[in-house]
Design a protein around this ligand. Sequence first.
Ligand SMILES: C[S@@+](CC[C@H](N)C(=O)[O-])C[C@H]1O[C@@H](n2cnc3c(N)ncnc32)[C@H](O)[C@@H]1O
Length: 156
Amino acid sequence: MTDGGSSLPEVRELLRVLATGRRVAELGTAFGEGAAALAETAESVVTVERDPERAAAARERLAGFENVEALEGDAYELLRGRGPFGLVFADAGTYDWEQILALVEPGGFVVKDDLTPGRSIDGDPVRERLLRDPRLAAVEILTGPGTAAIVAVRRM
Ligand SMILES: C[S@@+](CC[C@H](N)C(=O)[O-])C[C@H]1O[C@@H](n2cnc3c(N)ncnc32)[C@H](O)[C@@H]1O
């Protein structure tokens, strides 16, 4: 990403691989570039964007994918009670981790990108949450010289 824009190409490659054969949810569609990468390999993708102009652009970008449901509104409201999903890309800028984890099936992935590498876990709410939650096995990986992501798997 950034600036609330599209995800990095390296992140999209990671998503494309992790999504393979899975039912996927994305919180924060922006212009649909991440969802398009997910849709290449996923069984299905539901993606939610609350900004109306971005949601319209994403609908156009994603129109050719029959396995994508592109919704407009608040991701937490629209995804509540849905799933479970085999991959959740948490990319809406605000993180209700309990609700996000409730969307993930055992063995399913959670991906969080846009981290600054080299920071300690202590005092970083995202790292503390994802890297230390006993319900998850998680790793932080570089997605570029100055960016990192966390990939977490929900334990069985
Ligand atoms: C980093 S961008 C998403 C990039 C996209 N996932 C991609 O891979 O190209 C974050 C987006 O989340 C949207 N957003 C923020 N809060 C949201 C919410 N509660 N529900 C849905 N979308 C939200 C913003 O409007 C913004 O377009």
